[in-house]
Ligand binder design. Structure first.
Ligand SMILES: NC(=O)c1ccc[n+]([C@@H]2O[C@H](COP(=O)([O-])OP(=O)(O)OC[C@H]3O[C@@H](n4cnc5c(N)ncnc54)[C@H](OP(=O)(O)O)[C@@H]3O)[C@@H](O)[C@H]2O)c1
Length: 289
């Protein structure tokens, strides 16, 4: 059976470091401060923002959720974002998605200034990654960053590895393909029009599934050597309403060397990356080490 790459032990190791780093920033006179804008009461968004606030406060940072009504006027929404963006005491800002329909035309990634863009969606941050950065001069989007952290924690050296990423979204597949390339992996970015997807996956050392389809990748996507590493980004519900990934775990677990479980895998890493990004943003804005 494959080794399970679980987030919990990694998280406890990283949280300890984050707490120390946050303390050291505070000792230099700066309290890392995140503001989250939540529009409406979309139940999963309410839970996500609560979890983020708790994580930031446990780390020692300050975090406020700014709640706006579902029918908030666009001007009020924009002025709220701009006001927070201009506040010197706030180091990180993000807008919880999805926004209600009447605000969905707004490119939220560009609203937040790049130095406070703890989500890593701003064009400037993405451009740094495109140029070859691995996070030194940019805030890296949270899920791709969490995946890299997990692989590094498991001593997986990306250099020279063949990676098949299934899914080309701007929040997962595309930035991850750039980041992994910057770590010297050879990446094939796949999507719904990719031909011979199974063959591409069979020839990969690492398969990343970010498709949004429950249990889509089964053992027929794997080769016979049992050395492949599977990263399952998907968060779906199966036919019984249970949480599951884009990978059919039971089908592949005896045919690969490592796999991230769902739940308890990549999902938990995303919030850690957000904490790392907030501390990085606070340090960079205040020229701290
Ligand atoms: N763990 C986390 O923290 C985290 C964070 C973000 C997302 N997620 C989860 O990750 C999954 C993907 O999210 P996303 O936002 O990246 O999804 P998305 O924007 O819907 O993109 C899905 C991608 O999968 C591709 N795809 C769809 N069907 C396919 C098929 N049959 N064969 C090959 N490729 C196919 C699409 O191809 P086309 O481009 O050709 O349409 C698209 O590029 C979802 O389950 C989401 O909930 C988890």
């Amino acid at each position: 059976m494959a080794t399970l790459l679980k987030a919990k032990p990694i998280a406890s190791r990283i949280c300890e470091k984050l707490n120390q780093e946050c303390e050291s920033i505070k000792n230099q006179g700066v309290t890392p401060y995140l503001k989250v804008i939540l529009v409406g009461e979309h139940p999963p968004s309410v839970i996500y923002t609560k979890n983020k606030k708790k994580f930031m406060e446990d780390m020692g940072a300050k975090c406020d959720i700014i709640k706006l009504p579902d029918n908030v006027d666009e001007k009020v929404f924009l002025s709220t974002v701009n006001e927070i963006a201009d506040s010197a005491e706030v180091h990180g800002l993000f807008v919880q998605l999805p926004l209600p329909k009447h605000l969905q035309h707004i490119d939220v990634g560009q609203l937040v200034p790049s130095e406070k863009d703890v989500d890593g969606f701003h064009a400037q941050n993405l451009y740094q990654i495109l140029k070859g950065d691995t996070g030194e001069n940019a805030l890296v989007s949270c899920t791709p960053k969490g995946i890299i952290t997990m692989l590094q924690d498991a001593d997986v050296d990306l250099k020279g590895k063949k990676v098949a990423i299934i899914g080309r979204s701007l929040i997962v597949g595309k930035p991850l393909s750039m980041l992994m390339t910057n770590y010297n992996a050879t990446v094939t970015l796949c999507h719904s029009r990719t031909e011979n997807l199974k063959e591409v996956c069979k020839s990969a050392d690492i398969i990343v599934a970010a498709i949004g389809k429950a249990k889509y990748v089964d053992s027929s996507y794997l080769n016979k050597n049992k050395k492949q590493i599977i990263v399952d980004v998907g968060i779906n519900h199966d036919e019984n309403g249970n949480l599951c990934g884009d990978v059919d775990f039971d089908s592949v677990v005896d045919h690969c060397s490592m796999i991230t479980p769902v739940p308890g895998g990549v999902g938990r890493m995303t919030i850690l990356s957000l904490g790392q990004n907030l501390l990085q943003a606070a340090k960079q804005q205040n020229h701290l080490n």
